[in-house]
Design a protein around this ligand. Structure first.
Ligand SMILES: [Zn+2]
Length: 66
């Protein structure tokens, strides 16, 4: 993946992929779920997206989930 990683002040978090703590970018993205659904506008949910600098693995977590 050659996707550009935005430069923010890195956070150190546990990466499941690396199995150790690495620098991460953390951002919030609004993603549309169920794009096929008729009422897709109702399916936009904020996600916390964490990108590991070491392996590039992206982990997203729905923020509205309990
Ligand atoms: Zn990693």
């Amino acid at each position: 993946m050659a996707s550009k990683i935005p430069r923010t002040d890195g956070r150190t978090e546990q990466c499941e992929h690396c199995g150790r703590e690495t620098a991460h970018d953390v951002r919030v993205e609004v993603r549309t779920e169920n794009e096929q659904a008729e009422h897709a506008a109702n399916s936009r949910e904020p996600y916390r997206v964490v990108t590991c600098h070491a392996c590039g693995e992206e982990t997203s977590q729905r923020m509205n989930d309990a």
